[in-house]
Design a protein around this ligand. Sequence first.
Ligand code: PDD
Length: 286
Amino acid sequence: MIYLNGEFMPLEEARISVLDRGFLFGDGVYEVIPVYSRRPFRLEEHLERLEYSLAGISLVNPFDRGGWRQRIEELIALNPWEDQSVYLQITRGVAKRDHAFPVGVKPTVFMMSSVLSIPGPELVREGANAVTVDDFRWSHCDIKSISLLPNVLLRQLAVEAHANEAILLREGWLTEGAASNIFIVRDGVLCAPPKDHHMLAGITYDVIVELAHANDLPVSIGPVPEEWIHTADEIWQTSSTREVLAITRLNGKPVGSGVPGPMFKRIYSLYQEYKHCVMKGENAVS
Ligand code: PDD
């Protein structure tokens, strides 16, 4: 079951106009919210980022927090899986094709949910492959825009190199992955780039940083030069659907010892513990 402009309906019945600005211009924003045991994970943070993205493209939020919460809960209840991935998208609506904003047009609001597919035990045990590529996206990557063509092309470069993710470098500095945030471990310190307009402020990124702080793991948030990526002891990717995953091969070469490192194993188990707290309705980072 999906939600479209005020109604819940089966996916096959959903219809939108070909004049929708999401279709014609990629003029919209989105969110992906993981749901564990039918409880949305970090919902308030996702809704806050949605507000930020909407403001970033000058689109009025169609609902307040309560309105979103209620619709998301209903969508979760209408779908069969315990663990889900809720996708929501708001576009600038349907109007005659013209680049400038249309006047008096209602936004299109769409939500769907699918089964949450997180990395399996083998991938977690062995780690993923990544390649480094040039980050050729725009300079508002902090907005979760549905205009994902550059991300699509970058992820495809990874797939064609038999890798799971592309690690993006902008003028010699790490930004993020094609659809994830990237952390490295260097001399026992967890390093990540600071949130700025060249990367999406990941909700999972925040969870990892909070868990590291709460458990006295050394963290350094600051610019990460390309050289550190190639000499890192560990590399991880984080996202709502990949959780936290070690990258054990980069550009065909092993990262560190070529297996998920000790810091990854620690943070992975802390993340799983935290998830279980959330499933029981406890939201604190323990
Ligand atoms: N993407 N950076 C980019 C470019 C992303 O697309 C994502 C997530 C992230 C991680 O953000 P979060 O931890 O809040 O999921 C970082 C989602 C999962 C997607 O597009 O499917």
